[in-house]
Design a protein around this ligand. Structure first.
Ligand code: A3P
Length: 289
């Protein structure tokens, strides 16, 4: 039951807390040197954010450790009335800023487009996103009980989850791929060849990384390192908001965990629906690895 803590923006399910000051999000004043990191939730946002912050801080791991990722890379539309208010955090921040958002392309504040900001969109295959989102519902207390996994997958397929339809989100951002200010990345590519992807990101930012710096970034942003690092594993979020005793935020970090969650029947149903939703799009994600 979403009625208590959720409302809608453009028909998309959204946290009521975030909607409270939506005006400030819409009117957000971007700066030309802002870098925007966009994802559908659970696609590896934290991972790519840490990589970007390390590139910006030239591999100064200690500097990154000093503050939580949600302070170093503020979450634009977030407002939890406790420790996170993205707009305020960003306003108070020196340039160059890295801005995290989960907004679909048509809801991104106009100022980012007007200022020609660079944008990185990271996506992850739908089935693993659904699994990760299911556990996220369980640990982030603002969500209603997701029910059984098949019940949650129904909601996911209907787009009745915060930020709406994964199928729309990914396809509308994919449409932006020819814009040279937009870089599209895939979680699966990061998993399979992190070095190649970090070099690609650096090139997009107009930076050349030394081999040493590359090694540092790759080591510091491995799943195990990030899981054990309080500044990246979200343990600094109060447990009333996020209860990681149920399952850690950095849960598994794998490709294909969906195979442990989907029955054959559910998988077939999902595939049929997926084909319908993605029909006519050139976007192809790898799930079978
Ligand atoms: P799982 O739940 O499948 O483990 P987001 O940051 O967008 O909320 O995404 C969270 C997902 O990214 C989680 O997926 C998390 O484990 C995974 N993740 C975070 N850091 C990672 C890393 N360094 N390597 C691989 N996966 C990572």
């Amino acid at each position: 039951d979403y009625s208590e803590n959720f409302g809608r923006i453009n028909g998309i399910l959204m946290y009521k807390l975030f909607l409270k000051y939506w005006n400030n999000v819409e009117k957000f004043e971007a700066r030309p040197d802002d870098l925007v990191v966009v994802t559908y939730p659970k696609s590896g946002t934290t991972w790519v954010s840490e990589i970007l912050d390390l590139i910006y801080k030239e591999g100064d791991v200690e500097k990154c450790r000093k503050d939580a990722i949600f302070n170093r890379v503020p979450f634009l539309e977030c407002n939890n009335e406790i420790n996170m208010n993205g707009v305020k955090q960003l306003e108070d921040m020196n340039s160059p800023r890295i801005v995290k958002t989960h907004l679909p392309a048509d809801l991104l504040p106009a100022s980012f487009w007007d200022n020609n900001c660079k944008i990185i969109y990271l996506m992850r295959n739908a089935k693993d996103v659904a699994v990760s989102y299911y556990y996220f519902f369980k640990i982030v207390t603002i969500h209603p009980d997701p029910g059984s996994f098949p019940e949650f997958v129904e909601k996911f397929m209907e787009g009745e989850v915060p930020y709406g339809s994964w199928y729309n989100h990914t396809q509308t951002w994919w449409e932006k791929r020819k814009n040279p200010r937009v870089l599209i990345l895939f979680y699966e590519d990061l998993k399979m060849d992190i070095r190649k992807e970090v070099i690609k990101i650096a090139q997009f930012l107009g930076k050349k990384l030394s081999e040493d710096l590359l090694d540092t970034i790759i080591k510091h942003t491995s799943f195990q390192e990030m899981k054990n690092n309080p500044s990246t594993n979200y343990t600094l979020v109060p447990s009333e908001i996020m209860n990681q005793e149920i399952v850690p935020f950095l849960r598994k970090g794998d490709i294909g965990d969906w195979k442990n969650h989907f029955t054959v029947a559910l998988n077939e149903k999902f595939d049929v629906h997926y084909e319908q939703q993605m029909k006519g799009s050139t976007l192809k994600l790898r799930t079978e690895i």
